[in-house]
Design a binder for this molecule. Structure first.
Ligand code: PLP
Length: 377
């Protein structure tokens, strides 16, 4: 069988066997609509209720604060669009956000604040933006950046937001955080949190939006009134059950995985940097263990990804997008990385199935591909 070296966990990580096992009965035997009143429906409803409790436990919130959605993008959209729709004021965010946040903020006429060279939101810029904006409906700052892995100091962000815009709801896109940060430390700082199941070993097409305290973003999908009128649509019972199983396992393994995967990240970066000229975009201390972002001057990332693909290495350049087209990264541009350097950007991301052998084989493939593209071999 062809060798596959999967270093694209930030795009999607393989489903955890426990999640597959948990969801299977709800795809086969217990397929009922949980909104019904018969016993079959009640079994499905109980499964959703239990999953909600498990998710709430990992997040350190109440079950009633957990809203299941159709994906991380939808959760982000609801947090932003649902906030500006239901109350006066603008949306404010950082320039390094995923498009799932950035686009609804821009579409609503909101404010985008710059970031520093490591991708952290400029706190002085945020202060100024909140003062200038007058009324602010929502501030959204991601917990972990999906391209470069930067971890936001949410405590510092929350302090600025609570001081300058006490009436604003604070949202964090924690889609890339679940594997690496204890979410119980994140939720008390904010009013809304978004997650996506396929980033932590659950299925694609399931998201979570935590809505706490006084926050109550308007629904963006209306209809049957599921999820306590906050997100209509027949519940994806199997997906929700699998999400809870995956999140529970992720939470239980997190401390050891942070150590293990952090060592893999260091091993890869050290090997590559020792062998070829490369720039680590964000140092390990500022990043999650699951992402290594490198820029290779004089290398075209499309050509690099092509060569890596022929070696069986799955990686990415910027965040994956539907068209597959290589657009210049708005994150790297916001961080002040030159267009030339950004053109040679490579994101290698790791997760629960990553092994030392895989990392070593991938490092060797990166080194030989970069050398080849530079005409050094
Ligand atoms: N936010 C971040 C930070 C992401 O990395 C992603 C996916 O890459 C999303 C949102 C969107 O999540 P989903 O794929 O579930 O729509």
């Amino acid at each position: 069988m062809e060798r596959l070296l999967y270093l694209d966990h930030a795009a999607s990580t393989p489903m955890r066997p426990a999640a597959v096992e948990a969801m299977t009965p709800f795809l086969t035997d217990c397929f009922a609509n949980p909104s019904g009143s018969h016993r079959f429906a009640r079994t499905a409803r109980r499964a959703v209720d239990e999953a909600r409790e498990q998710v709430a436990d990992v997040l350190g919130v109440l079950p009633g604060e957990v809203v299941f959605t159709g994906c991380g993008t939808e959760s982000d959209n609801q947090a932003v669009t649902g906030s500006v729709a239901g109350r006066p004021g603008v949306a404010v965010t950082s320039a390094a956000e995923h498009h799932a946040v950035l686009d609804p903020v821009v579409a609503s006429g909101g404010v985008v604040v710059g970031v520093d060279a490591t991708g952290h939101i400029d706190l002085d810029g945020l202060t100024e933006a909140l003062r200038a904006a007058g009324e602010v409906a929502v501030v959204s700052v991601m917990a972990v950046n999906n391209e470069v892995g930067t971890v936001t100091d949410l405590e510092a962000v929350a302090a600025v937001v609570r001081r300058e815009a006490p009436g604003a709801w604070l949202h964090t896109d924690a889609v890339q955080a679940a594997c690496w940060l204890d979410l119980r430390t994140v939720t008390p700082l904010v009013d809304m949190v978004s997650l996506s199941a396929h980033k932590f070993g659950g299925p694609k097409g399931v998201g979570v939006l935590v809505v706490r305290g006084s926050a109550s973003p308007a629904p963006i999908i209306r209809g049957g009134g599921q999820e306590r009128e906050r997100r209509s649509g027949t519940s994806n019972v199997a997906g929700i059950v699998a999400t809870a199983a995956a999140l529970g396992e992720t939470d239980a393994e997190r401390a050891t995985e942070v150590e293990r995967v952090g060592a893999l990240r260091s091993r890869l970066v050290e090997t590559v940097v020792a062998e070829v000229d490369a720039r680590e975009t964000v140092p390990a201390a500022a990043s999650v263990p699951g992402v290594a972002h490198l820029c290779f001057e004089g290398v075209e990332n499309e050509a690099l990804l092509f060569l890596l693909d022929t070696e069986g290495v799955c990686a990415s350049a910027a965040s994956a997008c539907a068209s597959g087209a290589m657009e210049p990264s708005h994150v790297l541009a916001a961080m002040g990385v030159s267009r030339e350097l950004a053109g040679g950007a490579l994101r290698l991301s790791f997760g629960h199935t990553s092994t030392v052998d895989e990392i070593d084989a991938a490092s060797a493939a990166v080194v030989s591909s970069v050398r080849r593209l530079r005409g050094e071999s």
